[in-house]
Design a binder for this molecule. Structure first.
Ligand SMILES: Cc1cc2nc3c(=O)[nH]c(=O)nc-3n(C[C@H](O)[C@H](O)[C@H](O)COP(=O)(O)O)c2cc1C
Length: 173
């Protein structure tokens, strides 16, 4: 069955938003929780799928944060953050870190490395980063981080996000 849609960006911002979401939704991503630490030591974190590798030497990766996100000010202030890559059994954590109320870290095991930001235990991968540079791009702020430390366990199946839903994929090592 074929159901392809073509959309040219023009005068209808509502239709453009829909087309863009649907088109972006065709790109399969992993799911991460981006964490940092507030001035008062409180852990901060939110679910993000905008994580991309940028450079091997120096080691850089980026994430992009909505200006509406409450975490953005803390990320900007602390200049250190972690990207915690979730595996398929951590969908509940992905859901938790979008919750508008309650303590997102309740029941979530964390540790700290050198920077003091929360590192979620048991993930498929963890990246600890310091902000290398950041810039505004439309309604998001892009933060490029220099990677300080990584931990990874490729023996997990990843949690993936496709067409607006969390999905499972089966992979061969
Ligand atoms: C799968 C998924 C991916 C998301 N990716 C991002 C992202 O890359 N950047 C972002 O700013 N928000 C992203 N969000 C939305 C935030 O998780 C959500 O708005 C969260 O409540 C923000 O929390 P905060 O306001 O406490 O920072 C994503 C949500 C989901 C479900």
């Amino acid at each position: 069955m074929s159901g392809s849609t073509t959309f040219e960006f023009g005068d209808d911002p509502e239709a453009a938003g829909r087309a863009l979401r649907d088109a972006f939704g065709c790109f399969t991503t992993g799911v991460t929780v981006v964490t940092t630490i507030a001035d008062d030591g409180r852990p901060v974190g939110f679910t993000a799928n905008s994580f991309a590798s940028v450079s091997l030497d120096p080691p850089l990766a980026l994430t992009s944060i909505d200006f509406k996100s409450n975490s953005l000010a803390h990320l900007e202030a602390s200049k250190v953050f972690a990207v915690n890559v979730l595996h398929v059994d951590q969908q509940e954590i992905a859901r938790k870190f979008t919750a508008k109320t309650g303590d997102r870290f309740e029941g979530v095991e964390t540790e700290t490395w050198g920077s003091g930001v929360p590192i979620l235990k048991g993930c498929m991968a963890n990246f600890e980063l310091e902000t290398h540079h950041a810039f505004d791009a439309g309604d998001h702020r892009v933060i490029v981080g220099r990677i300080l430390k990584v931990r990874y366990d490729p023996h997990h199946e990843p949690l993936v996000f496709l067409r607006g839903k969390y999905r499972k994929v089966h992979t061969e090592l």
